[in-house]
Unconditional design. Structure first.
Length: 307
């Protein structure tokens, strides 16, 4: 549906009848006004000869003014009737998609009805509302000052990217019940992959870190001595290594120190391990034996550059 296309026509005949009545009344009042003006001109021309009283001339002038006001009132009523006829033809205020109609031809509608006759939704562009913890807002706001931030929308399982847009604005208040703030992103949506009220997962890109060492988040453990991972040595035994986390994004964590590209870390069954334990490294899904710790990379090996 394009902007200006006709959506619904409400029966305009009652307003058309009112328009004709107002036009007839205007014609009548205009005739009376012309007659009153002619009489005023005659009375005014008789003033120098003293054949007419000034009071009668003033009264006639007042009559002309009254009829002139009535003509203007008639014209205003005609304009109002024409406006009602225009309102009977409902057109699309913007480009969008029309949903299922809520009324059928012949139904009676009222200005006070709560149900709409139809719903027109805009798809191109379309906005996505998402939330972020309040602690992250200063960083986002700082990055917004220098550039336009990119936002990716993914489907419900967070695996398929649907569209790429840009961050538009941040809400002016924080929700006290959740400690989050709303952000609004806009998408061109040329291929109509996004729909109103659709649930999507959003990814906001603030910066790009290249040549970072990354590993699965499942490999990260926390203990009394801090954050560590179990790294697999060449003899198939494990050792705990302290690591420094630079950034965590979903299932992937960037490490600034503690492991090197190419190292193998344990991502499952760490609770059964201690320094010096022997394991059998195996890539892919965890072993079906719950007592057999597995050294795996879960599809993301350490040393994979973060893009």
């Amino acid at each position: 549906m394009k902007q200006g296309d006709l959506l619904i026509v409400i029966d305009p005949r009652p307003y058309q009848v009112q328009l004709e009545q107002m036009q007839a009344q205007l014609f009548k009042d205009q005739a009376s006004l012309r007659d009153a003006k002619l009489n005023l001109d005659r009375y005014t021309s008789l003033i120098p000869s003293g054949s007419i009283a000034q009071q009668q001339v003033d009264t006639q002038k007042s009559t002309v003014d009254q009829l002139d006001g009535q003509v203007k009132t008639d014209q205003a009523q005609i304009d109002n009737a024409k406006l009602q006829i225009v309102y009977c033809h409902i057109t699309a205020p913007f480009d969008g998609r029309v949903g299922l109609r809520q009324v059928d031809p012949g139904n009676i509608i009222h200005a006070s009805d709560t149900n709409p006759m139809l719903i027109l939704t805009q798809l191109q562009p379309i906005a996505v509302i998402f939330t972020l913890p309040e602690d992250q807002l200063p960083t986002v706001a700082q990055h917004m000052k220098g550039t336009t931030l990119e936002v990716d929308a993914y489907n419900r399982d967070d695996k398929t990217k649907l569209a790429t847009g840009k961050l538009l604005t941040i809400d002016n208040q924080i929700d006290q019940t959740t400690g989050t703030a709303k952000l609004k992103a806009v998408f061109d949506n040329k291929d109509n992959k996004l729909w109103p009220n659709q649930f999507v997962n959003t990814s906001l890109l603030l910066e790009t870190r290249k040549n970072s060492t990354v590993l699965p988040t499942a490999a990260i453990l926390r203990g009394p001595q801090g954050t560590f991972v179990y790294a697999v040595k060449p003899d198939k035994t494990v050792e705990d290594r302290q690591v420094t986390i630079a950034l965590t994004q979903g299932d992937t964590t960037a490490i600034s120190s503690g492991v090197n590209p190419g190292d193998t870390v344990v991502t499952d069954g760490q609770d059964k391990l201690q320094r010096g334990s022997t394991i059998t490294p195996r890539a892919g899904a965890p072993s079906s034996n719950p007592n057999s710790p597995t050294g795996a990379n879960k599809g993301a090996a350490p040393g994979t550059p973060v893009s």
